[in-house]
Design a protein around this ligand. Structure first.
Ligand code: UDP
Length: 311
């Protein structure tokens, strides 16, 4: 296959490039490097099956030659990033998705949208199944990301229904691993960075809010299988192993022998912070035969090693 990956220099985009190249496919990577890092794909420079185009996908996309698949992963994705770039986030989720779907239609390529558990907002159903419509505050600080991705899902289904494009939608839950940006503000790089510097970990609120963390390689396997499947409706991919943020902080302090402890910071700085999040992955298990294989401690060991060289 010849595949276009938008957001190719990002955390997940770069792992996808590696995976598709490893399977012998040809990859065209596109990224405007707003939140992506060229270092994430530096090792691919000169690879005979890889091309990189620095480009903002909110403008019309032109690609020479055939394409078999378009994977749309471009977007700021951490709360800090999408609060810093609210308009760019809305544009890449709306105009960017439109352009990426347009390329897929023109090339008769399969299209896969990177959607998110954020489309469920602060969920009132637990764990979250794909048929749950969500509880999103349209004008809250997270609205720029949540609504952009909700629009992107609607547009993707519209292209499927109106134009017959073969589309896939993955709803990605919290994922961690090497190539996250140390300063992206998310809980994994924040906590691991603080721990490796011997500082206290900053728990927002009382730490009772929960998340379920999936190691990047597990997630990539799920996405790979979804692309090759024939299922058009959204599929949750994530690890159902749920943990409170306070317990998560304690685990990271233990794994890093951090003497710094924990400090609690005001919850108000993260207005709209979902209280719980856990994927129901029955659909992924049934349709794709997929489930996560890497436990949290093992995944965190790999991640800590990666950050140790960068702190
Ligand atoms: N969080 C925290 N301390 C930090 C960073 C994040 O307590 O230094 C919390 C945050 O309030 C949220 C959870 O960790 O409840 C996950 O936050 P993240 O930014 O990783 O992503 P989210 O899942 O909220 O999109």
């Amino acid at each position: 296959m010849r595949i276009l990956i938008t957001g190719a220099a990002g955390f997940l985009g770069s792992h996808l490039c590696d995976r598709f190249l490893a399977e012998g496919h040809e990859v065209v990577g596109m990224d405007n490097l707003l939140t992506g890092k060229i270092e994430n794909i530096a090792h691919l420079a000169g690879h005979e099956n890889f091309t990189f185009i620095k480009y903002n996908v909110t403008s019309y996309i032109y690609i020479d030659g055939p394409l078999d698949a378009v994977l749309h992963f471009a977007s700021p994705a951490s709360p800090i990033d999408y609060l810093t770039y609210p308009i760019q986030t809305l544009k890449v989720g709306s105009l960017g998705t439109h352009n990426a779907l347009g390329v897929a239609l023109a090339k008769q390529a399969r299209f896969l949208l990177a959607s998110t558990s954020e489309i469920y907002g602060d969920p009132l159903v637990h764990p979250q199944t794909e048929d749950y419509a969500g509880n999103v505050d349209t004008i809250g600080p997270r609205g720029v990301y949540d609504e952009a991705k909700r629009f992107a899902e609607a547009l993707t289904m519209a292209y499927h229904r109106a134009h017959g494009v073969e589309t896939r939608i993955v709803r990605i839950f919290n994922t961690y691993g090497p190539r996250m940006r140390l300063d992206d503000g998310r809980v994994v790089p924040n906590f691991v960075g603080q721990a490796l510097r011997g500082e206290p970990l900053t728990v927002y609120g009382d730490g009772s809010q929960t998340r379920s963390f999936c190691y990047a390689h597990d997630l990539i396997e799920g996405i790979y299988r979804l692309l090759l499947s024939d299922f058009n409706e959204p599929v949750n991919i994530g690890n159902p192993n749920e943990i409170s943020i306070l317990e998560f902080a304690q685990l990271i302090n233990t794994l890093t022998d951090n003497p710094g402890g924990i400090v609690f910071q005001e919850a108000s700085r993260i207005k709209g912070d979902p209280q719980t999040r856990q994927p129901d992955i029955t659909r992924a298990r049934t349709l794709l035969g997929w489930e996560p294989t890497i436990d949290l401690t093992t995944g965190l060991h790999h991640t800590i090693r990666y950050f140790q060289e960068r702190v």
